[in-house]
Design a protein. Structure first.
Lengths: 198, 198
DNA sequence: ACCTGAACACCGTTCAAGT
DNA sequence: ACCTGAACACCGTTCAAGT
């Protein structure tokens, strides 16, 4: 009766993605199996193949959704401030918080083996993210516009995030990692101002 | 006749690890299966359990060996120079080169799910690595000895490595990534000198 | 001690069949 | 169109049995 258990209307795809996301968040990326996803969506182990060519194809869809959500989250976080340093800090915190809120999803987003070029929406979200970061860094007025400064900032934030998620740093709490992120941004911008890149 | 095909002498364990490393390096971490490892070592699918409690246990051994090798490689790279900046740069290049030389192994070393505390050799190599990095950074005379400077440097190098391996940066060649690493180190040390951490 | 073969409960994927 | 059940070739792991 209720439309949610009738997949002939085209909502199985999103139900599968939702189940997959839940599985990943709760049990980690290695617990993500097509058969379990199908089970949770209440369909046969085979039904997912109507919507995804393969497990990798579902993972790619999951990664695309995650990247789009991360981008939206960063946009949202930077929207309220006008001061360039504050905006960059807000973006970095959004990045870190996104990763901490669902570590396995962060892994799926970044480390999946699928061919990215085969997923235009993924590439689009990636391109937009890099562009946004470039703008945020350029607004600091710390370097000529070669893009290297943006990569340095991104790598620092990403490194702190990865090492934080893996419990490699002495402080692993959200607060401590945000503080480390702030230090990284301050140090990098100070360094870029003092010693502009070639 | 030849001792290599007689595992009653205690060399099966290392033969298994060697097969596992080869598998990981050639086909990626997801191709690492206990059964295939056994096949390559020429034993039944069950023989590995004489030497490893589980697949995770073998992965932990692999990760430990990798970390020890990385540490040795960094020690070796820094041994020839005396200038602090040169030594730090050599260490960073060794880190990057280690990752690029076998990306899946780098992943196993950093992202495996095993309980690290259950593997003292792993913890020892980790502790020694952090200590070494701390010394290298302290020699730059850029910060008070809180360890934060070391974490910032490590995160930057690690971030460049991860993003480079994942083809996220515009330049992905060894040369380009080493150059980006050099920029990161120069920028961070300049920033730390200009604006010491609280 | 060290190794083997059979067995169990899983996978991803394919295929013929049902509505 | 969308879904199902049977089947295939894999996994990791356990167990009884062989030397």
């Amino acid at each position: 009766m209720i439309s949610v258990d009738r997949y002939h209307h085209g909502n199985l795809r999103s139900a599968l993605l939702q189940a997959a996301l839940h599985l990943v968040g709760k049990f980690g990326a290695e617990a993500l199996t097509l058969r379990e996803v199908a089970r949770r969506a209440g369909v046969s182990h085979n039904a997912p193949y109507r919507h995804f060519k393969s497990k990798e194809d579902l993972v790619a869809a999951l990664a695309t959704e995650a990247l789009e959500e991360l981008l939206a989250s960063i946009r949202n976080a930077t929207a309220t401030a006008t001061d360039p340093a504050t905006r960059l800090r807000a973006a970095a915190h959004a990045y870190l918080d996104f990763a901490l809120s669902n570590p396995p999803r962060f892994g799926i987003m970044f480390r999946s083996a699928f061919d990215r070029d085969a997923y235009p929406a993924y590439v689009a979200a990636y391109t937009d993210s890099v562009t946004l970061l470039g703008e945020l860094v350029r607004a600091q007025e710390v370097a000529t516009d070669t893009g290297v400064a943006g990569e340095l900032v991104w790598a620092s934030i990403h490194g702190i995030t990865e090492l934080g998620l893996g419990k490699w740093l002495r402080g692993g709490s959200r607060k401590e990692l945000e503080s480390l992120t702030d230090s990284a941004l301050e140090t990098l911008t100070a360094g870029l101002r003092k010693q502009p890149l070639a």
